[in-house]
Write a protein that binds this ligand. Sequence first.
Ligand code: GLU
Length: 371
Amino acid sequence: MKKSEWKYSKIAIKVGSNVITQSDGSLNVGRMLRIVEDVAVLSKQGLEVILISSGAVAAGRNSLNPSKKTNIVSSKQVWAAIGQVKLMSTYQFLFGKYNINAGQLLATKESFSDRRHYLNMKNCISAMIENNVLPVVNENDTISINELMFTDNDELSGMIASLMNSEALFILSNVDGIYNGMPGSCTAEIIREINIDSTGPEKFITSEKSGFGRGGMHTKYLTARKIASLGIDVYIANGMRDSIVTDILKERDVPFTRFIPNDNKKNSVKKWLSHSDTFARGAVYINNGAKDALLNDKVTSLLMIGVTKIEGFFKRGDIISILDENGNSIGLGKSQYDSEKAADNIGEKQSKPLIKYDYMVINEDINTNRN
Ligand code: GLU
C-alpha cells in the first residue's frame, strides 16, 4: 500500500510492559520481534510511526536485587537505568533486522511544561523521522519521581501523539479492548466504538491494574477520551496478537475498541495547554459575567474587567488556572501579564486581555465538541 492508500499517514503506537515482558519481568524478545515486525511493515509502506514503549523498570527489576539500604524510589531509578538500556538495545537489534535505525527519546513530564522545551522535543522527533530513524519513546524513569511522573505511559503516549499531530494512537496491552461487562464472562462483548461524549462504558471499567504496568484500563479509558477529544483516533487493542495494527488498518476482522475523535481539531497551542493542568504557576478568579462569556461558544478572550483576584507569583507567558468565584476550575491559559501587573489591572476596562482566546482552554473543551 502506498502512503495515500492508508487511512492515516502518521500514527503512534504504545506498547505496555505486560505485552513485552514475561512473568519474571525479563523482556519477551519473541513478542518484541512481532511488534517490531508490525511497525516495520507499516513504516516500509510509507507510514510515519512513533513507538512509545514501556518495559524499562520491569526489565531492570529482573536483573538486579537492590541492597537493603536502597529505598524503593532509588531501586526503581536503578532498575530503569539498567532496564532502559536493555529495552533499547533489544529494539535496536530487532529493528536492525529490517534495516531500520531505532532512536531513543526519553521524556519527563516537565519536558511538556515549558513550550520551548516542548517544541524542542517535537523538533527532535521530526528530525529522526526526516532521517528515517524510528523514534522509540519512554519516560525517563531514572529522574521522574512521584508528582513529576506521568500517570503512566498511556498518558505519555497521548501527549506524544498530540505533540506530533499523529492522526491515530494505538494503545496495545494484553486485552482485546473495552468490554460491555466483566472481561471473561460469557456475555461480555468488546465495545467496538466509544463516543467520547457518552459516559456509558465507565460502569464496566475497574481501576484495577495487573502485572508490571503502572496504568490500568481506567487510565487507558481516560487518556483515550482526552486524546480523541483533540481530534486523534484512539484504538485500544491487544499487543499479544501478531500484526494487530496492520490488521486494524487493513480492516481485517480483529477485536479492538475505537474512540471516535472529535472532528473539531485544536490548534497546536491549545493542544499543548490541554496537557498542562499540572503546570499552572498561579490562578485568576473571574466573575460570573466573564465565566458566562468563556463558557459560551463564541471566541472570547479573558479581559481584566472580569477578573476579581490574582493568586500566586507568575511571569508573563506562564500558565495560570482560571477559577470561578467559588474557586471551581474553568480552564487554563497563558498569561499576558506577570502576576504583579495583573493584580494592578484588576477590573480595568481598557487594558489588554489577561489571556487571549488562542492561548486558553476551557475544561469543557477537553471532553466535548466545543472547539
Ligand atoms: N515507563 C515505565 C517503564 O518503562 C512504564 C510506565 C507504565 O507502566 O506505564 O518501565
